[in-house]
Design a protein around this ligand. Structure first.
Ligand code: FES
Length: 92
């Protein structure tokens, strides 16, 4: 199935690129931009990104490396407001 019509990228090519990147570097974060680069292409209209991401999420090897998991949770623990000043909060 063609996922990106601008660049004629299929779901098979996306899965192969994700598997190849994971095999080459088990600790890397795999993003759509990296997949495009691995395929030697660049996104054009961006209309395929929702389906592109869904295809990537379907890959068994896409997982986030263990040492990068929970970073957001760790950053927000302690003050409870994600680093924003209280004046930036939406009033209730
Ligand atoms: S359909 Fe993928 S960039 Fe346009």
């Amino acid at each position: 199935m063609i996922v990106c019509h601008c660049n004629t990228i299929s779901d098979h090519e996306i899965r192969a690129a994700v598997d190849w990147m994971r095999a080459a570097d088990p600790d890397t974060l795999i993003t759509p931009g990296k997949v495009y680069r691995a395929l030697g292409k660049r996104p054009d209209c961006g209309g395929c990104l929702p389906l592109f991401l869904d295809t990537m999420r379907g890959c068994d090897s896409l997982g986030v490396p263990m040492q990068l998991r929970g970073l957001r949770r760790a950053a927000t623990q302690g003050n409870g407001h994600e680093g924003r000043q209280e004046s930036h909060r939406i009033s209730q």
